[in-house]
Design a protein around this ligand. Structure first.
Ligand SMILES: [Mg+2]
Length: 212
């Protein structure tokens, strides 16, 4: 039984959007990084909260989730962002580079179609700031067919908060308990979450949808 994936966005989650006056939170420190394809004389300035590394390591170290970058930073998240937060090298979803001018060109997050294929039927908790109602409906549909899915949506102006990570951890813990219980109730096979849990979906106060 494999743990659910923890899909992690960067912009609007680990790197919050600046305020209208260009201000950034005092919790975040400035870094200049050079993404793939840019020259050393053309760095990108980002702002990172060192506490995010500790928060994520707290949940990663439990083994309850399998963390994966899911961001337009692609492999640069693993080589540039992760080390600045003290994270180990993590795999990434190899997203394409579509020519789009909005993150929701079809009314839902552009990454979703690729993530849907990448995940297949695997359970996942996905932290991203750009979900729409269609993405939340997708999460409910996945959950209903047994691919339990939790979407957590931070405010891009403030980024990921401790409660978002805590919610992911608690969800993964509940999922493990349900899967373990289901296994015990079905002679050792992984029968997935109980039906009554799969069909329950409520919108949480932190902008998340709890889908199992
Ligand atoms: Mg984002």
């Amino acid at each position: 039984m494999r743990p659910p994936y923890l899909l992690l966005d960067v912009d609007g989650v680990l790197v919050p959007f600046p305020g209208a006056d260009g201000s950034t939170s005092a919790t975040h420190a400035r870094h200049d990084v050079v993404p793939t394809g840019r020259g050393a004389d053309d760095p990108v300035t980002i702002w990172l909260n060192p506490a995010h590394g500790l928060m994520l390591m707290d949940v990663i170290s439990t083994g309850l989730v399998a963390p994966v970058w899911c961001t337009s930073w692609r492999q640069d998240a693993a080589t540039l962002i992760g080390p600045l937060l003290g994270l180990p090298h993590l795999p990434h979803v190899d997203l394409p580079r579509p020519k789009i001018t909005t993150s929701q060109p079809n009314g839902y997050l552009w990454k979703r179609d690729y993530v849907d294929v990448w995940l297949a039927d695997a359970p996942a908790v996905w932290i991203d700031d750009d979900f729409t109602g269609l993405d939340h409906a997708w999460a409910v549909e996945r959950t209903a067919r047994g691919a339990v899915t939790l979407l957590i949506q931070p405010d891009p102006r403030t980024g990921m908060q401790a409660e978002h990570v805590a919610e992911a951890r608690a969800w993964a813990g509940r999922l493990l308990a349900m899967r373990t219980g289901a296994s015990g109730a079905s002679s050792g096979t992984d029968a997935g979450p109980h039906k009554e849990d799969r069909t329950r979906a409520t919108r949480g106060g932190s902008g998340a949808v709890w889908c199992c």
